[in-house]
Design a protein around this ligand. Structure first.
Ligand code: PLP
Length: 221
């Protein structure tokens, strides 16, 4: 049952926060709900969870409007790569955009937010392991990119997000993310997934994005 899993995860998050000096405030659990259907989401909504994350604009568009009508205070996070031709849909649907990672996307989002008169929180995705196949700004280019966003857009850039390399101990990457967050004076840090959310909280994550540990294994299609 996902409610039992939810309570277990919240318990682990709370205990980790209590014993971690770098965890300034309790982290927010964001349910990574890609590939999950309404039947899997309803128990979590009924249990009071309100932060959900989707990877694909189209999937979210099909799934969330009816749920939103019933749970208007849901906060929907975009955590997958965004194409600029999907910026209008993304701005219309999401409350937090965690994957701002290049100038073209920053400008497209900014233009759409003006047009739709919305101003949602944005995070810059950092390619913290400098992996060629992953999206995200390289750590050494982050300063320049943040300066670009400040100068050329009015995006509210509140934080940083990362997906560290798989099959490597995540702690050094989380530590580096925390350093970047402090260096650039940003309040939010989205990091940690099913296998490493406690480590991420110990390094000061403010949002953890958990899928498998909440819902069980996703169907691989
Ligand atoms: C799927 C996904 C998650 C959740 O991963 P789990 O290992 O299932 O917890 C977190 N972040 C991103 C960007 C994802 O795509």
């Amino acid at each position: 049952m996902s409610e039992t899993r939810l309570q277990q995860i919240l318990g682990k998050m709370e205990r980790t926060h209590q014993k971690s000096p770098l965890s300034d405030a309790p982290a927010c659990l964001v349910a990574a709900s890609k590939a999950q259907q309404e039947a899997a989401l309803l128990p979590l909504l009924a249990a009071g969870l309100r932060d959900f994350a989707e990877n694909r604009v189209q999937e979210a568009q099909a799934k969330w409007p009816p749920l939103r009508a019933r749970f208007p205070d849901v906060r929907l996070h975009l955590i997958g790569p965004l194409q600029s031709n999907k910026a209008a849909e993304a701005v219309a649907l999401f409350d937090v955009i965690q994957t701002v990672d290049r100038e073209k996307i920053a400008c497209a989002l900014d233009a759409e937010m003006r047009k739709q008169n919305r101003r949602q929180d944005c995070y810059v995705q950092v390619n913290i392991g400098r992996e060629p196949q992953k999206s995200g700004v390289m750590p050494e280019q982050l300063g320049e990119f943040l300066a670009f966003c400040r100068r050329e857009t009015s995006l509210p850039v509140l934080g940083l997000m990362c997906v560290p390399p798989a099959d490597m101990p995540p702690a050094p990457y989380f530590a580096l993310m925390r350093k970047l967050k402090t260096e650039y004076g940003l309040p939010r840090l989205s990091m940690g997934m099913s296998s490493d959310f406690e480590t991420a909280i110990a390094f000061g994550a403010t949002e953890v994005r958990v899928g498998t540990a909440l819902f069980g294994e996703r169907n691989k299609d």
